[in-house]
Design a protein around this ligand. Structure first.
Ligand SMILES: Cc1cc2nc3c(=O)[nH]c(=O)nc-3n(C[C@H](O)[C@H](O)[C@H](O)COP(=O)(O)O)c2cc1C
Length: 303
């Protein structure tokens, strides 16, 4: 069974990677298993300088997923390169740097820093964070702004750029086409859906930020629908994510048109979920009549 996949900048031994923000920089998970098993690692978002994130409470459980409003807490790009990329480079896996910013210039600066970092294979341009007041989702909900930031980051980076799309839009195809036209090498989708939980004892929103991003099993059908639609309208590869918990879920994403997938919230329920899915995937593919990952990509579209 061939579970390898080649997409711009990434020659993956398997299509499974932990999603940004749900795996930190791998230090906690490294205590559970050998991270070299992973197809790639999508690192936590990096901004130009250190961010402490939003006030707490920043996470809330829901019936089939979670709400988070972390607010891009991270030590800043230089410390990430010096400490975290250095730590992760001991593993035989590809590193994808997730970059965020409040201004186009900040995105450029962070992209430039990773561009000079040999161990980083690709950039994930996070224009879809719903939990920060400026930047983030503003770039991800307006096709013209998304196109502009993509173009500017592409101009300063030799690394392939995967633009991470927000589901909090009415026309996801327009967003995907705008960033493809501006030079995106791939897409990653979806980020979280904006939601809210009201805490009954206080009768107020539980999260200090009031709203948060919904992730986990509840959002999988939204992700599948968006990937299915976008696949028909772009020719760049898609890294799919949103509620994946099993190898069967991975196959569903491949059939919809994803070339690879990322697993986020499920890591919090089961820290072994990524290696377990990697081990199960060949059996699930073979059970449904496939002899490789490549064969399944987009198959949900053919009669
Ligand atoms: C606690 C938490 C933190 C996240 N932080 C980031 C982030 O820093 N950058 C980013 O692009 N996405 C971030 N995300 C979004 C995930 O990468 C992913 O797109 C989303 O959670 C959907 O996948 P899932 O349902 O498998 O979690 C975060 C999600 C969670 C739950």
């Amino acid at each position: 069974m061939d579970i390898t996949i080649d997409i711009p900048g990434l020659k993956l031994k398997n299509p499974i990677m932990p999603a940004s923000g749900c795996f930190g920089f791998g230090r906690e998970y490294e205590q559970f298993y050998d991270l070299s098993q992973l197809g790639a690692i999508m690192m936590k978002a990096a901004t130009q300088t250190e961010r402490y994130g939003n006030p707490t409470p920043r996470v809330a459980e829901t019936a089939s997923g979670m709400l988070n409003a972390i607010g891009l807490q991270n030590p800043g790009v230089e410390k990430i390169i010096d400490n975290e990329v250095a730590f992760l480079s001991q593993f035989d896996t590809s590193l994808i740097a997730n970059i965020a910013g409040s201004t186009v210039e900040e995105y450029e600066t962070v992209a430039q820093a990773f561009n000079q970092t040999e161990q980083v294979s690709a950039l994930e341009l996070n224009i879809s964070c719903p939990n920060v007041k400026e930047g983030g989702v503003q770039f991800g909900t307006d096709p013209a702004m998304a196109a502009h930031v993509t173009e500017r980051v592409k101009a300063v980076s030799n690394k392939p750029v995967y633009v991470k799309l927000s589901p909090n839009v009415s026309d996801i195809i327009a967003m995907a086409q705008a960033v493809e036209k501006s030079g995106a090498d791939g897409l990653s989708m979806i980020n979280t859906l904006t939601g809210m939980h009201i805490h009954l004892p206080s009768q107020k929103p539980l999260l200090a930020n009031q709203t948060g991003g919904l992730s986990g099993a509840a959002i999988k059908p939204v992700a599948i629908r968006m990937i299915y639609d976008v696949y028909q309208h772009v020719s760049i590869p898609i890294i799919g994510m949103g509620g994946i918990q099993t190898a069967e879920d991975v196959l569903e994403f491949l059939l919809a048109g994803a070339h690879a997938v990322a697993i986020g919230t499920a890591n919090f329920q089961n820290p072994f979920v990524c290696p377990e899915i990697i081990a199960d995937l060949p059996h699930v593919l073979s059970h449904y009549g496939f002899s490789s990952v490549k064969e399944a990509i987009g198959k949900g579209h053919q009669s």
